[in-house]
Design a protein around this ligand. Structure first.
Ligand SMILES: C[S@@+](CC[C@H](N)C(=O)[O-])C[C@H]1O[C@@H](n2cnc3c(N)ncnc32)[C@H](O)[C@@H]1O
Length: 353
């Protein structure tokens, strides 16, 4: 409980569970790997280009160049958003994390794998410079928090927040993700990778990028994957990055999932704008968070207090579905829909086609 309150100070003042929300979640409203990294984009971003490639001999020099540029069209330098190119190694999946070495042609900066993940934060490689993030981000960087996350912490969301649990959430989100199945998916703020692993094992996506700011969460994800037999390591890559500075080329990603993370982001609008930038036309954003409406709306000074909570913890409290719809719309996403179960909400919106 103490840990819960640390991440959500407002919970200290709230009843443990709210069941009588207006909407129930059963009522919808509303390189191997480097090759895989791009295969979904190849299929989706340019169906004409894919057909073109298939029907021409592989020796055609124009085709080779086209293929090559498509292959590099996902990972981008977080400084300038220009393409990253792979230097003399087969890819960046878990299978190759140690040897991955990418370079930005424009900045000339190199990014390397550290054995578990690829660090694509702007400050990666800095030795003396450090930059603390708000508490809601820093909290998850503690090794103990990463260790506990799937060992009780995440499960507690069902108790206080109406979260249905990973398997059920996965089932619910599959509906929203139908239009982009077979493409690539970024599990943004993946934590220790509970959904990234489900996405990879489901075989529903050509590539899964598990992305988080916490190096310890990524390390934990790596450990979980290592423990699983026959895990499809070739379709999962682990990337450290800030949600407000996503290391992907614009319009290259088919789907972005963000489980229980929107309220932890230092700036939800900067983050959703980034998600909107990287989604391809028709790409889908699906996320879960919680909303303090219904009976919570009667908490005195809730709207005022949440500003203070935000300033102290960095955590954002949403008080209405309209806020989330507005956030998506303001960031260029359309077709907002959501599913509720008490405070729990799963939202989805798309990049206009
Ligand atoms: C509550 S956990 C959610 C983990 C997982 N997605 C889930 O559904 O349980 C929130 C995650 O957001 C990540 N996070 C917080 N701030 C971030 C930022 N600025 N950039 C990327 N990830 C961030 C944390 O490291 C943490 O892993």
């Amino acid at each position: 409980m103490a840990t819960l309150i640390m991440s959500n100070p407002s919970l200290a003042f709230l009843p443990s569970r709210l069941r009588n929300s207006r909407h129930c979640f059963f009522e919808p409203r509303g390189a191997r790997i480097f090759d895989k990294l791009v295969s979904a984009v190849k299929a989706r971003a340019a169906s004409s280009s894919t057909a073109f490639v298939e029907t021409k001999p592989p020796t055609d020099p124009i085709l080779v160049e086209k293929e090559a540029s498509t292959r590099e069209n996902i990972l981008a330098c977080p400084i300038c958003y220009e393409l990253l190119t792979s230097i003399g190694n087969p890819g960046i999946s878990l299978e190759f994390a140690t040897g991955s070495n990418l370079q930005c042609r424009t900045c000339k900066k190199s990014y390397s794998g550290n054995g578990t993940h690829l660090d694509l934060t702007v400050a990666s490689g800095a030795k003396d410079y450090g930059e603390p993030m708000p508490a809601s981000t820093e909290l998850f960087r503690f090794p103990l928090v990463s260790f506990l996350y799937e060992r009780g912490w995440r499960q507690s969301f069902s108790v206080w927040g109406g979260f249905p649990g990973p398997e059920k959430e996965f089932e619910l989100m599959k509906d929203f993700l139908k239009p982009v199945l077979g493409g690539n998916i970024v599990d943004a703020s993946c934590g220790s990778g509970l959904f990234s692993r489900l996405f990879a094992k489901s075989g529903l996506f050509s590539l899964v990028v598990a992305l988080d700011y916490s190096e310890n969460m990524l390390q934990q994800c790596y450990e979980f994957v290592k423990q699983e037999e026959n895990f499809p390591k070739g379709s999962l890559s682990l990337v450290r990055a800030d949600i407000s500075r996503l290391p992907f080329v614009s319009s290259s990603v088919d789907a972005v999932h963000a489980g229980a993370a929107l309220h932890c982001w230092p700036s939800p609008s900067a983050a959703v704008a980034e998600i909107s930038r990287v989604l391809r036309p028709g790409g889908v954003f699906v996320a879960t968070t919680y909303i303090l409406d219904g009976p919570y709306a009667f908490i005195p000074l809730l709207r005022t207090l949440r500003q203070n909570i935000r300033e102290i913890s960095g955590s954002c409290i949403f008080v209405s579905e309209r806020e989330l719809a507005d956030l998506c719309r303001a960031c260029g996403l359309v077709g907002f829909t959501c599913i509720r179960n008490g405070p729990f909400v799963m939202i989805s919106a798309s990049k206009p086609s």
